[in-house]
Write a protein that binds this ligand. Structure first.
Ligand SMILES: *[C@@H]1O[C@H](CO)[C@@H](O)[C@H](O)[C@H]1NC(C)=O
Ligand SMILES: *[C@@H]1O[C@H](CO)[C@@H](O)[C@H](O)[C@H]1NC(C)=O
Ligand SMILES: *[C@@H]1O[C@H](CO)[C@@H](O)[C@H](O)[C@H]1NC(C)=O
Ligand SMILES: *[C@@H]1O[C@H](CO)[C@@H](O)[C@H](O)[C@H]1NC(C)=O
Ligand SMILES: *[C@@H]1O[C@H](CO)[C@@H](O)[C@H](O)[C@H]1NC(C)=O
Length: 404
């Protein structure tokens, strides 16, 4: 008799942009799979920018960031737009005669991911607009049509009140998990785009918390920390990448979403893997997966990461958007505007909740030979993705599970 414990992974993330007053070859018939592929390469490029600044934990939502820039794309023209197309890796999807193809694809992608409302992926976009600013009608319509964006008029001249209003909104949208996201606003802010994503995934087959034990996690050759290591022996999909010397393990959630863990072999420097991750490689990893009985050791962990994308994206060629030369004429015709701030915050919370139910798990069959093991007791990469479309919902790297 076994008790089923639910494991909840809670993710939520907020994303905002402030606008301060200052003033290739195309794919023939792009579909959502193409979009996901492009988004994944952008995600990895962004990942590399972040990892080049530090060797700590990383966690963000590629889908959320891409979606916000798809909305921004609608606001821009000229070189500003071209830079976003290039930086976000969408050149091949864009068509001169179909300016709305990218938001259309995003719209279809969301419909596909959340089909029948089975997957609890709450994605919300909100725009906080200065009550003194008149937005272009077309832009406003596009935001509603493709992103179902909430548009709220805010009196930015009362900074204290608008900060409180926006923080409250974020707190609500993230079920209280993201509080006090912003502490101040740039004088002259006219518009903020906020994108939140909240994902709650239950393992298809949960870990038994009775097997969770304190075990060592080796950050590097010189540093060891103690972690709460979960344990499960079951049939998993596991693969290898011989060239990179990594093991790959898939742990499914309910509703078509999975966690893919990429664990460098012992002695392999994880920083060497950083440069090798890309969308094609991700496909190869998935194709290498084979069903296999495996002993899995996975640490419980919790991450809370914030990124200033306005400082990261110029390295990916998205520059003008943040300067006085920004072309945001599709948002507001008469005024010079630029984007002053783009903040992204992502939180992942791995915990065992005590919801109990009966489960017919067959534990205790003695194998003829010891099953292979997958012991995540050293830094690893992880990807949370939607299976049908290969959409990267979240991506990260765990170096030290004891650091939030
Ligand atoms: C965990 O251990 C407790 C106490 O021994 C037991 O009552 C419970 O059934 C165990 N849970 C599972 C999921 O095996
Ligand atoms: C999407 O388009 C690509 C070609 O660009 C094609 O290989 C793929 O099968 C298409 N996927 C779907 C689901 O239609
Ligand atoms: C801004 O973009 C619009 C639309 O693409 C274009 O017509 C306009 O010339 C651009 N303005 C500047 C100053 O580049
Ligand atoms: C979604 O609903 C359709 C029609 O009701 C059904 O055929 C399909 O199997 C459902 N998909 C999922 C993932 O539940
Ligand atoms: C979602 O997209 C995948 C890949 O393009 C496709 O196989 C699947 O049928 C789509 N599902 C729905 C409900 O559109």
């Amino acid at each position: 008799m076994d008790h089923l414990f639910r494991m909840n992974w809670l993710f939520y993330l907020t994303f905002l942009c402030c606008f301060a007053s200052v003033f290739q070859d195309t794919l023939p018939n792009p579909n959502i799979t193409d979009l996901s592929h492009k988004n994944m390469d952008f995600a990895v490029n962004l990942y590399r920018r972040i990892s080049s600044y530090h060797d700590k934990n990383i966690f963000f939502s590629p889908l959320s960031i891409s979606t916000s820039f798809a909305a921004l794309l609608m606001a821009t023209g000229g070189v500003t737009r071209d830079e976003i197309l290039n930086g976000l890796n969408w050149q091949q999807l864009d068509r001169a005669n179909e300016p709305e193809i990218i938001p259309q694809l995003f719209h279809l992608l969301y419909k596909n991911i959340t089909q029948n409302g089975s997957l609890s992926l709450d994605q919300d976009m909100a725009m906080f607009v200065s009550d003194k600013l008149s937005m272009e009608k077309t832009f406003e319509e596009q935001m509603e049509k493709y992103f179902e964006a909430d548009i709220k008029a805010v009196d930015f001249s009362d900074m204290r009140q608008s900060v409180a209003y926006i923080n409250n909104y974020i707190k609500d949208k993230t079920n209280d998990r993201v509080q006090d996201m912003i502490s101040s606003l740039d004088a002259g802010t006219q518009l903020m785009i906020l994108n939140t994503i909240f994902f709650r995934g239950n393992w298809k087959s949960p870990f038994n918390p009775n097997f969770t034990k304190t075990e060592a996690f080796y950050i590097d050759n010189y540093h060891m920390v103690n972690v709460q290591m979960m344990y499960k022996e079951a049939r998993f999909f596991m693969g290898h990448d011989q060239a990179l010397r990594v093991k790959v393990l898939k742990i499914p959630y309910e509703h078509d979403v999975s966690l893919l863990i990429v664990l460098p072999n012992e002695g392999v420097d994880y920083t060497a893997i950083d440069d090798e991750i890309n969308a094609d490689r991700f496909q190869e990893w998935l194709q290498s997966l084979r069903p296999l009985k495996v002993e899995v050791h996975l640490p419980k962990f919790k991450l809370e990461q914030s990124y200033e994308l306005h400082n990261l994206l110029p390295n990916l060629g998205v520059n003008i958007l943040f300067t006085d030369s920004a072309n945001l004429t599709k948002l507001h015709k008469d005024q010079d505007m630029k984007v002053s701030e783009v903040l992204h915050k992502a939180v992942i919370d791995v915990d065992e909740t005590g919801t109990t139910a009966a489960a017919a798990t067959t534990i205790g069959i003695i194998p003829y030979s010891l099953p292979p093991s997958f012991i995540a007791n050293r830094p690893f990469f992880f990807f949370i993705y939607h299976e049908d479309t290969n959409t990267l919902l979240f991506m990260g790297r765990l170096i030290d599970p004891t650091k939030v």
